[in-house]
Design a binder for this molecule. Structure first.
Ligand SMILES: [Zn+2]
Ligand SMILES: [Zn+2]
Ligand SMILES: [Zn+2]
Ligand SMILES: [Zn+2]
Length: 301
């Protein structure tokens, strides 16, 4: 193996061996993942594992056509056509890994919500302190009257809220970025960035307030859509199991009997197998895409 050569699935990973069957370069992760399913798969690439034969992790009577990109489990043609996430080979996910991905989204969104909650808390604290300080200062000015005090009071609330949202989070970011290089650096980074922020914080905090509102709405929509799609995959599994038991049975009959209330069976009946698969597949790709949206929330801005 030439050194510096990348894995054929993960080009950024150093290849440590060649597939025993076709010679493609494999990284350590690939070898471990694809060898898990049994003796005859040890040392093979994902394509060769499929070629020598592996069952679908959900339908043991069927042969897999691809492997799950996360856990290496086999995925049969029906499963892949119905909910195989991602476009193209190597992007498919099994149901368990799709479910895990939804759980990860939920966890990340909850973390994001607590960040926003923290920002909002500091915003309110800042507004209260700022409004009192400036109103007090304003009322002690020689030419002050009720009107100017109110203006100072509002100004103070605004500046305080800006300092609360933007500066506190910038200081926090400065400290946490400094943690790796020692606390001294963290303090310097925090103070310098806080001073810089002081100048632009009023505009930024307004911008951020509305951006966060939009992101929280998006996050709620993501959770709803992820959960809905998981339900659809569950319905798909129930449907395939009933179908396996009742080979050759009439779908309309099953829908009014054993499969009553099964949304996937209903969709097959109404729109046909292809359209139902297409719909579910689109959904799972949406779960994948949702992960990228969540990642974009977590970038500090
Ligand atoms: Zn191979
Ligand atoms: Zn690899
Ligand atoms: Zn998997
Ligand atoms: Zn299957």
């Amino acid at each position: 193996m030439t050194s510096g050569m990348g894995c054929f699935v993960h080009p950024e990973e150093q290849a440590v061996a060649a597939c025993k069957r076709c010679g493609k370069a494999l990284c350590r992760g690939c070898i471990d993942l694809y060898s898990k399913s049994g003796e005859k798969h040890v040392g093979l690439c994902r394509d060769c594992v499929v070629a020598v034969g592996i069952e679908c992790g959900s339908h043991t009577s069927k042969q897999a056509v691809v492997l799950c990109r996360d856990c290496g489990k086999g995925i049969c043609r029906d499963c892949y056509d119905s909910y195989g996430a991602g476009i193209g080979a190597g992007k498919a996910l099994c149901f368990e890994c799709t479910e895990r991905m939804v759980q990860k989204h939920l966890f990340e969104i909850n973390e994001f919500r607590s960040v926003v909650k923290g920002e909002r808390t500091w915003m309110i604290i800042g507004a209260v302190i700022g409004s009192f300080l400036l109103a007090y200062w304003g009322s002690n000015q020689p030419a002050s009257n009720a009107g100017t005090v109110i203006i100072f009071w509002i100004l103070g609330a605004f500046i305080g809220a800006s300092i609360g949202t933007i500066i506190i989070s910038t200081i926090k970011a400065g400290f946490s970025s400094g943690k790796e290089e020692g606390m001294g650096t963290g303090c310097v980074v925090a103070v310098i960035s806080a001073l810089g922020m002081l100048l632009i914080s009023p505009i930024m905090s307004i911008y951020r307030f509305f951006k966060r509102n939009k992101q929280i709405k998006q996050a709620n929509a993501i959770i709803a859509s992820d959960e809905r799609i998981l339900q659809e995959i569950r319905a798909y599994f129930a449907y395939t199991q009933v179908l396996e038991k009742n080979a050759g049975a009439d779908i309309a009959k099953l829908v009014s009997g054993e499969l009553s209330g099964n949304a996937y069976a209903q969709a097959v009946l109404n729109q046909g197998e292809k359209a139902a698969q297409e719909e579910l597949r689109k959904g799972v790709n949406q779960i994948d895409a949702n992960g990228e949206i969540i990642d974009s929330f977590n970038k500090r801005k």
